[in-house]
Design a protein around this ligand. Structure first.
Ligand SMILES: [Cu+2]
Length: 203
């Protein structure tokens, strides 16, 4: 009876361990599938910074108000991909309600006060244009491009040969080894030749 109870306990433990492993594995997978988070600042200069950003599907943008003036993040309903979900700070599901609701200093109205932030995750590929309700008239407008793989490093100006550090290290190592071999060969030829011949003739 003791044994069987023990057996059950052990099996139970094994099962629990396996379960924990599975959970850990699953959460690891979920973490791996989570997109990158990008930051866009909303400033007292009445701009989104940067005002254009390229991200990958599944990535999240966090709009942080780094100033004191309130802003909104409000999508242009007609300038987002057809299948994309509408987004706006305050949680509105259409542009007109978001526009008419906005009141400075009232977060439920879509206002993002200084020090606060709004975030949205983009799943659908395409271009999204959005604006800030109180500052649209002065050009507080920006866009998000969602493309597979996200942003690729842009070639800026004439191509600058960029050698990765690993390659540099390899080059130094190879050069060093080459010089060492040359030096060894030189000393062998200069001082080693006779010695080797003597050894050979002794055999
Ligand atoms: Cu604004």
């Amino acid at each position: 009876m003791d044994r069987s109870a023990n057996g059950i306990t052990r099996r139970g433990l094994l099962r629990a361990a396996a379960g924990a492993g599975a959970v850990a594995g699953a959460s690891g997978t979920a973490a791996a599938q989570e997109g990158t988070t990008h930051n866009v600042d909303m400033t007292d200069e009445l701009i989104f910074d940067p005002d254009s950003i390229t991200i990958a599907p599944g990535d999240t943008i966090v709009w942080g108000n780094v100033g004191n003036i309130g802003h909104s993040v409000t999508a242009y309903e007609d300038d987002i991909p057809e299948e994309a979900e509408y987004f706006a700070s305050g949680g509105f599901d259409a542009e007109d309600p978001a526009r008419s609701a906005y009141r400075a200093g009232v977060p439920e109205s879509g206002d993002v006060p200084g020090g606060d932030s709004y975030r949205h995750t983009f799943e659908v590929e395409g271009t999204y244009d959005y604006f800030c309700v109180p500052h649209e008239a002065v050009g507080m407008i920006a866009s998000v491009d969602v493309v597979p793989g996200g942003a690729t490093p842009e070639p800026s100006g004439p191509p600058v040969p960029s050698v990765p550090d690993a390659a540099k290290t390899l080059l130094v190592t190879v050069t060093g080894a080459f010089v060492a071999v040359l030096a060894l060969a030189y000393f062998f030829i200069k001082y080693g030749g006779d010695y080797e011949m003597v050894e050979e003739s002794e055999r």
